[in-house]
Design a protein around this ligand. Sequence first.
Ligand code: AHM
Ligand code: MG
Length: 342
Amino acid sequence: MVDKDNSRLETLEEYIIQSQNKFPGATGELSQLLRDIGLAAKIISREVNKAGITNILGFDGSKNIHGEAVKKLDLFADQQLISALNRSMITCMVISEENDGIVKLSSKGGKYIVFLDPLDGSSNIDVNVSIGSIFSVYMREPRFDSTLRESDALQPGVRQVAAGYVLYGSSTILAYTTGLGVSVFTLDPSIGEFILSEKKIKMPEHGGIYSINEGSYNSWDPGLKKYIKYCQDEDAETGRPYSARYIGSMVADIHRTLIKGGIFIYPHSKKYPSGKLRLMYECNPLSFIIEQAGGMATDGKKRIMELEPNAIHQQTPIYIGSKKNVQKVMEFLEKHEAVEQE
Ligand code: AHM
Ligand code: MG
């Protein structure tokens, strides 16, 4: 925490070690993994900040497994995170948005499996708008044979042992949870360290901001259309009309939601019948963070973190944010589904 007189700053490294010391049996491996991610985040942040002058903006000419053009910074971030995790030999495999199958690391016996969205919000890279990196950590299931399979990675979000994100915004921040609240760190570029800026963050129970890409309005379910209309209606008691904010980088939209409250929605639509966002490396980790801060995340019916995954790149609709806002949209969805079925 930053002292009032600024005399004592707690770094990410110190904080991780102190948190680990609270668990006498801890091996330190998860702490090392988080430090690895912190290091990769600093390198990516440096590159993001000078992207315009180092010719790293723009496409690299190839397409990723989802058929999207790959930008150079996406690849750079992917490589930095994977090699940081590979170096410390405690992660056996990585699943990343940029790679089709599982990426087996050098330590085949490593006990952690890590999901990555190395550079989220890539359509914002070239226009100098906030982007981020997301990570989600699972324990590998113990097994007698040492082979690594994709199915080892398919665990529901409730089994995450850690998750977090880095946001490359007006400053670079790193937020993570290991299930004991959410801590946020801000990168001080002058000393190259992440400094603790807030711990055990609690988000507002209700917020006056809704965040959704309204361009897809025509293909939304009737319940969602009605809910957005509700957000825009006037009502002094609930502070409506709410404000609309949509950055188009999920990390940035979720960070704002964490701090200011409100709701972020990416529903299913004609273009994305199962939703656009990825369960394992976008929705689960960000749901873990939001839940740890007192918020809520569902796919419109079920809790995101309880969804049973069947594919590593699976997509899901998501309704995430302050508890009261999410409960309200669920009421609308349920009510209008019932009406349609009549
Ligand atoms: P990306 O990981 O390839 O950048 O895509 C995911 C992004 C999210 O960050 C963001 O919420 C969403 O796509 C925006 O999508 P859209 O442009 O359809 O609103
Ligand atoms: Mg993404």
